[in-house]
Design a binder for this molecule. Structure first.
Ligand SMILES: [Zn+2]
Length: 398
């Protein structure tokens, strides 16, 4: 049995063993196609240390190196790539009408391997179809698969789906998606994961505190600090759409009164036009934007909706003080379609001291792939740890 001192020493030795390796792998995630020389410079490593670390990671099938194109100055270097037999994670995006299953290597870039439409309101059928796709990927990659992460259009609490107005689901058990016993299965809200991805790889990259807001059916999003979404005590935080910024007389499908959700998507546009609530608010809203150009009534309904959206964004900025705001889904087309109404409502809603220097509000750049990138990112966060690399090394040596 190891003495406490012995254990402390072995923990220190293990930390030293992986510290440089984890830093190099992190650089590969931040900057795909990075060279060994760049990594050495950014991490303040000597050329010798960088070469030693990458050689060991190569032996462990964690990366591969190819000669970099000569730049004319400096010594020849190599480009760092994921190893062709290296670890992978499976990322799933489960949306209102369809799902996608992707594989990501350690650079974190998901490549879609299968996709399907479901349209089904029977969660068991949807989970079974997605589960088969995940198992097929697992069969193909075997022990290289180290974690699975699912982005789902639902409220997620303690890693489980508790409610989804978008999918028409109540609590749904996703544990059946794990393709093998012991393999980590992580579940996150799609807008939250898209926000995390935007802050790491997208329009908010480099910002310490970023706010992501997206409109699909209702509003979702998250505050992200240093790449990690602020999820609350149980993981169900970031439900911005259920702030009471809407009409207090309207009952939201979530159960609460006056939710912002009802004031910013296709349901709001339809209400302003005196039309019945659309079955698919997203498609209805997109069609309304197309109609707005030649129809003053539609134009006005879109303007009122953009105004309600801008007022809420101002409230979130007042409350959360982000360095940048990224807009995903229908949020950016809505803003662009009624830019003046949005900007006026945003400015009017900001506290006076913020108006001279408000945070930039910009379009998200990962588009429909944001949630998939975010799922891959949290799965890799689980793999690229001291414990994760210990486990990988144990499988690849001796
Ligand atoms: Zn609500």
């Amino acid at each position: 049995m190891a003495s406490p001192t012995g254990r402390a020493r072995s923990v220190r030795a293990r930390d030293a063993r992986w510290r440089g390796a984890l830093a190099v792998l992190d650089e590969m995630r931040r900057r795909p196609g990075v060279t060994r020389a760049d990594v050495a410079r950014r991490l303040a490593l000597s050329t010798g240390s960088a070469t030693e670390i990458t050689a060991r990671l190569r032996e462990l099938a964690l990366l591969s190196e190819t000669p970099a194109a000569a730049t004319g100055r400096g010594r020849p270097t190599t480009v760092l790539h994921p190893h062709p037999r290296g670890p992978v994670v499976i990322a799933v995006d489960l949306r209102q009408e369809d799902w996608r299953c992707a594989v990501a290597e350690i650079d974190g870039r998901p490549r879609v391997s299968e996709e399907g439409r479901h349209g089904s309101r029977h969660p068991a059928k949807v989970v079974a179809a997605v589960g088969e796709a995940v198992r097929r990927v697992h069969d193909r990659f075997g022990g290289r698969v180290r974690a699975v992460a699912v982005a789902v259009a639902a409220t997620v609490r303690h890693g489980a789906v508790v409610q989804s107005a978008t999918l028409g689901w109540d609590a749904v058990d996703l544990t059946g998606l794990a393709p093998a016993p012991g393999l980590p299965l992580l579940v996150g809200n799609d807008a939250t994961l898209a926000g995390a991805a935007e802050a790491r790889y997208g329009a908010a990259a480099g910002a310490g505190t970023a706010l992501h807001v997206t409109i699909e059916v209702g509003v979702g999003g998250t505050l992200v600090v240093d790449g990690l979404p602020i999820e609350g005590a149980t993981g169900a935080g970031g439900e911005f759409g259920h702030l009471p910024l809407g009409d207090p007389a309207l009952r939201c499908p979530c159960g609460a009164l006056g939710c912002w959700d009802l004031a910013v998507d296709g349901r709001a546009i339809a209400r302003h036009l005196g039309e019945p609530p659309p079955r698919d608010p997203r498609s209805y809203a997109q069609a309304a934007l197309a109609r707005a150009e030649g129809d003053a009534a539609v134009r006005s309904a879109v303007g009122r909706t953009a105004s309600g959206f801008g007022r809420g964004i101002a409230g979130l900025i007042n409350a959360l003080d982000p360095g940048i705001v990224t807009l995903g889904g229908f949020a950016e087309p809505l803003r662009a379609a009624a830019a003046e109404e949005f900007a006026a409502a945003l400015t009017d809603g900001l506290m006076r001291f913020r108006r001279a220097d408000p945070p930039p509000v910009v379009a998200a750049t990962l588009g429909d792939d944001g949630a998939l990138h975010g799922a891959a990112a949290i799965a890799l966060d689980r793999v690229l740890t001291e414990e994760g690399l210990d486990a990988w090394a144990a499988d690849h040596t001796g």
